[in-house]
Design a protein around this ligand. Structure first.
Ligand code: DGL
Length: 257
């Protein structure tokens, strides 16, 4: 048995492309329907009510496109929606936290949006799993929005530096990017914090979902189409999609709220 229906991927914008990219690299034949809600970005600086309302609308959009699974390629959505959001007849997979920490990790930082940090989901997970770790939470105000509008390197560096300073992450040795926008500016993070080893949860997220499809005999049997919808501003998103995925479809999507 196989299932040639596409995999739905959601984000508030272009950040989710870092998860879609990993899916594309590891399972190139899988179809993708991606929706980035660029019109309402950044989610990470909105109220939980807004985030929840927008997230259900995105899920409906993807279900209408007959997806076989949804990857929530957005930490802000993953950790702010209620448990009912995940109750579907298809798997709905949230962003993973299952990154492998280097054995000598001592001071560990979570870089994420203010709305993700406000849930303290990562703090609860990492402090339980690694009680000996020195742990810092770093909400990065304005960073996802700056990445979304293609801000220049100086602006991005200043935002990363300011957050790292303010939340005492300058002397961290290891960190996780718990906002899917951040790996898009991996070089900026590495320049500002050259001693930090950065971990990206995209691969464990994709693997969690694909393990379920594999167990259900629901992998694609042949090369499927990939379509990327954005609710606004194709000028930034379309070139990035082309760069990462080649000649796939990029379209304007609309969300009924
Ligand atoms: N990419 C999203 C995340 O992983 C959020 C960016 C935003 O603030 O909209 O948290």
């Amino acid at each position: 048995m196989m299932d040639n229906r596409p995999i739905g991927i959601v984000d508030s914008g272009i950040g989710g492309l870092t998860v879609a990219r990993v899916l594309h690299e590891t399972y190139p034949e899988e179809g993708i329907v991606f929706l980035g809600d660029t019109k309402r970005n950044p989610y990470g600086e909105r109220s939980r009510d807004d985030i929840v309302r927008f997230s259900f609308a995105i899920k409906d959009f993807l279900k209408e496109h007959q997806v076989k699974m949804i990857l929530i390629a957005c930490n802000t959505i993953s950790f702010n929606v209620p448990p009912a959001f995940f109750e579907e007849d298809i798997p709905v997979i949230k962003m993973s936290m299952e990154v492998k920490l280097p054995e000598d990790a001592k001071r560990f930082a979570v870089f994420a949006t203010p709305a993700t940090i406000a849930t303290h989901a990562h703090k609860a997970y990492f402090q339980k799993k690694y009680p000996q770790l020195d742990f810092v939470e770093v909400p990065c105000d304005g960073l996802a929005a700056a990445i979304e509008r293609n801000a220049d390197e100086n602006t991005l560096s200043a935002l990363v530096k300011q957050a790292a300073e303010e939340y005492h992450a300058l002397d961290a040795d290891t960190a996780i990017w718990s906002c899917t926008h951040y790996p898009l500016i991996a070089d900026v993070f590495r320049k500002v914090l050259p001693k930090v080893r950065f971990l990206d949860p995209a691969l464990p997220t994709v693997e969690t979902g694909m393990d379920i499809l594999r167990a259900n005999d629901a992998l694609a049997g042949a090369m499927q189409e990939k379509t990327f919808y954005f609710t606004e501003g194709l000028e930034n998103s379309a070139p990035l999609v082309k760069k990462l995925f080649g000649g796939v479809k990029v379209e304007k999507g609309s969300l009924e709220l």
